[in-house]
Design a protein around this ligand. Sequence first.
Ligand code: TRP
Length: 378
Amino acid sequence: MPALTQSAPAPSTTAIAPPMTTGTAAAATPSVLASQDRTAALEQAIAQDPHSFRMLTGDRPTGALHLGHYFGSQLNRVRLQNAGVELLVLIADYQAITDRTAAEDLPDIVIGLVADYLAIGIDPERATIFAHSQVEALNQLLLPFLSLVSVAEIGRNPTVKDEIAATGSPTVSGLMFSYPVHQAADILFCRANLVPVGKDQLPHIELTRTIARRFNERYCPEAPYFPEPDGLLSSAPLLLGTDGRKMSKSRNNSVPLRATPDETARLVSRAKTDSERQISYEPERRPEVSNLVLLTALCRDTTPEAVAAEIGNGGAAALKMAAIEAINDRISGLRARRAALAADPGYLRSVLAAGNQRASAIAARTLTTVRELMHQRY
Ligand code: TRP
């Protein structure tokens, strides 16, 4: 799993390569830079008063979580939860059908995600884990929200443009086109004020803020009802897959968290490297080797430079061995917890059912207020 870049160029970690993305969404635009400043300020505010934040985060259920998710977003969630921020974790099973048809294995994927979350350290007593298809009042917010944005505005969304291009299809479904508005409902139904995201999601946060603001201006200017949520950029590096491209389940280049030690060894040993014997950490020049170095460093809680120095001229074989050992050491406890959880799907379903219920209660209250504010009470 070569070459690591980072999902958000954190000001503090200058050694990591800039993001390598093909699309326009993740470029270092003024809004990305502003979000980085904002993120630093937010981290301070969180440290001072974690209880004033409600954080909503979500994943599309497209497969098992992998090491890229773990270091990229999941650890950050657990950190914020443990710091005292209220956490809602959304499984975006409607959004999953923007670019694929819902698969028969969706229930297994969703329940598997719940197992991943709990094994990683999300605490079902404190956090609300739910699937948005199961929260009816949340989905109903989509209608008033759609009325607050123009077709042209949605059409300019760079992340949606990239995703449409990635499908390679000449037709675009209405859901693909409008899912960022649905995402605003995901965030605003619980009036979350904090959304940890990668850069590609910033346009969606911006749209959510616009919708919140316009709703307030139109229906309750005296007492704004919806907060304008902040995106919290993760400073974690983005792991590349074993082929040097972005790690992703669909590209078949990821190391899933639930992989066994043997599977991990197999996946890492086939990772792309280069022919230079001296191992170094040069993400721009040697993305694949640097990715393995960084992965090893992340697993060991050390710096990539230290790992590179230690391996020295041991070559790619020694690097891969170090990476395999570091991964297996780092996540053996997580795997054991996950295996125990997976053996009890009834429990996992009950965690999700409880989360769905909690989210539904929140959404119902929000929808009631929204209807009142919109004079739809007869
Ligand atoms: N769009 C996100 C993704 O592709 C998933 C998602 C759906 C989400 N709803 C959300 C993320 C609300 C944050 C908040 O990964």
